[in-house]
Ligand binder design. Sequence first.
Ligand code: CA2
Length: 218
Amino acid sequence: MTMCHTEVNGIKIAFDIRGSGPPLILIMGYRLNSRAWPLASRCSIGPSPPVSQDLSMKRLVYVINGPNLNLLGKRQPAIYGHETLADVEAACRRVATERKLELKFHQSNREYEIIDWIHEARETAAGIAINPAAFTHTSVAILDALNAFDGPVFEIHISNVHKREAFRHHSYVSSRADGVIAGFGTQGYTLALQRLAHLIDETAAKKDKGGSATDLGS
Ligand code: CA2
């Protein structure tokens, strides 16, 4: 049995060519980033994940924003500044382009949506930068989701939460985060992205030298 693999329009295709006469070709197609590849290889019905699925090759990062951050720049400028979330996204996209990162930028006022994005990132992303906003101080569920993500995680707060009310001093997310940025204003987002890009580049360089592909976050 000869297994050949290719990818057409984001669909991974495995050909199983049997016999010496007119070839019997079985085609199995899976959408890019689907769970099907690891499943297929575990069941021995397909090959190992192709190189593009390798963690060190991924340059997708998620920037996730929690509740009320959609109001950024519209209220409380003394605490959060004048920039809107759209301005923050634009700044993040500039850094992403410079550092050759693919970026998904999200905001939600709903805890479950944030959890769903973190789950999605488990399958596709090399790192997460998150401002969980008020969920920082309340959400074990977001902590649990982040604990199931393997890559680097950076926690961002626009304000210096430690200078504010006592209830903002505790963060559930900090026990998982590889780094925390607080009090740098909206610049904290681009700083976090620069750090993610650095870690991703470092891992890719190690991989090129024949090192482990699973060192992200070290
Ligand atoms: O400093 C941060 O980035 C925070 O994560 C922001 C949260 C707050 O609950 C955290 O303790 C610290 C609040 C986000 C609400 O953002 C607003 C922005 C403008 C106007 C109103 C709310």
